[in-house]
Design a protein around this ligand. Structure first.
Ligand code: SF4
Length: 397
């Protein structure tokens, strides 16, 4: 079999201390008693997936997401990483990220995580305002964040991402500025800034629908985003995706400390999703795993190897035809604010010119001032397009 281009692996850890008021991720509070069995099941799923591939698949990024992966103990993490090392061909410079809740960390734990092989930490800071953290029902306080950053640095983590959310109910522009300024003082290598979305079924959405909490003003949210773009640029961070900014790399590499794992998604390149509810995309197939941790454990413990990229936890399989893959490549690629979608690369991948395949959509969106051609061959969002991304993406569905 021909060698494959490097894969990324997403590993889902679906446990949290408490479910935050805005969260609709596949995560559960009060199931910590399952973490041990879940860890061994995840290691088994990794092995089954590796065996079914028929070759040691090259892997260059791994992302422990959740949920709260920092709830795992170091030995549990080591069990998973050991399974990864025996089942896949890990690149020696693999990026291995772990999402962490700042309230779940200690210096000892971070030392252990670093020793286990984690080399990038993503901290869910969200806000530096106590009332905002309380509304979101986060399980940490503002002081936990600088402390976690300091411990992470002592433990040897150089790649640190901070997640922040803007557009919250009651949030003023000044409050947002204060949160981002405090985050900047910590000098992380990466920022992910998300606009709050009021997801159906979440307590926060329910409170807003009942009038208990005000609906955030979208114009104010846009002002917050524009201010953040300007503030981060002034601080030397480069925006490379709608929600992502990277610091300049000191040596080598791409020049910026981008999240290589997320770049894999935005370039519509292959990745495997392991763990409860995880999604994957490989060899023309999208997969989704069973959602519940208990159902996941049962399926994996009872199951045997499947045809790659399926595993015993797979409950959804969607064949991605060429047209769909082209649409997804454009939709995902347009999130990349500088790289955009390269017309030559698109044509090499699909054998058809980008400008012809989506001629009508591209012309309309250029006329609306949402898309532009850069140097005649890279299609990307305009400044206005970054604010109205969904209007662009829905044209390619
Ligand atoms: S910590 Fe993250 S995954 Fe867990 S409930 Fe809160 S927002 Fe959801």
């Amino acid at each position: 079999m021909a060698p494959e281009s490097p894969y990324s692996l997403y590993l889902h850890i679906p446990f949290c201390r408490h479910k935050c008021s805005y969260c609709d991720f596949n995560t559960y509070a009060g199931l910590d008693n399952l973490i041990g069995d879940y860890t061994s099941s995840l290691a088994r799923e990794i092995r089954l997936q590796g065996e079914s591939a028929g070759l040691r698949i090259p892997v260059h990024t791994i992302f422990f997401g959740g949920g709260t992966p920092s709830l795992l103990s170091a030995p549990q993490l080591e069990t998973i990483i050991e399974a990864l090392e025996t089942s896949f061909e890990l690149h020696p410079q693999s990026e291995i990220t772990l999402e962490a809740n700042p309230g779940t960390l200690s210096l000892a734990k971070l030392n252990d995580f670093r020793a286990a092989g984690i080399n990038r930490l993503s901290l869910g800071m969200q806000s530096a305002v106590p009332q905002e953290l309380a509304l979101l029902e986060r399980q940490h306080t503002p002081i936990d964040v600088p402390r976690a950053v300091s411990w992470a640095r002592q433990a040897g983590f150089e790649d640190l991402n901070l997640d922040l959310i803007f557009g919250l109910p009651h949030q003023s522009l000044q409050a947002w500025q204060r949160s981002l300024d405090l985050a900047l003082q910590l000098q992380p290598s990466h920022f992910s800034l998300y606009a709050l979305t009021l997801e159906h079924g979440t307590p926060l959405r329910h409170w807003v629908d009942r009038g208990l909490v005000p609906l955030p003003d979208p114009d104010l949210g846009a002002d917050m985003y524009l201010w953040a773009q300007e503030r981060l640029a002034r601080a030397g961070y480069g925006q490379y995706e709608i929600s992502s900014w990277a610091a300049r790399a000191e040596t080598g590499g791409s020049g910026w400390r981008e999240c290589r794992h997320n770049l894999q998604y935005w370039r519509n390149a292959p990745y495997l999703g392991l763990g409860a509810g995880a999604h994957g995309f490989a060899r023309g197939v999208r997969t989704a795993n069973v959602l519940g941790p208990m159902a996941y454990i049962r399926r994996i413990q009872a199951g045997k190897g499947e045809v790659f990229p399926l595993t015993p936890a797979t409950v959804e399989v969607t064949d991605i035809d060429r047209r769909t893959e082209m649409q997804e490549t454009v939709m995902m690629g347009l999130r990349l604010t500088v790289e955009g979608v390269s017309a030559p690369a698109f044509e090499r991948r699909f054998g058809e010119p980008l400008g012809e395949v989506f001629e009508g959509e591209i012309d309309d969106l250029i006329t609306d001032g949402l898309l532009e051609w850069s140097q005649g061959e890279v299609l990307r969002l305009t400044g206005r397009g970054r604010l109205l991304g969904n209007r662009v993406f829905e044209r390619f569905v």
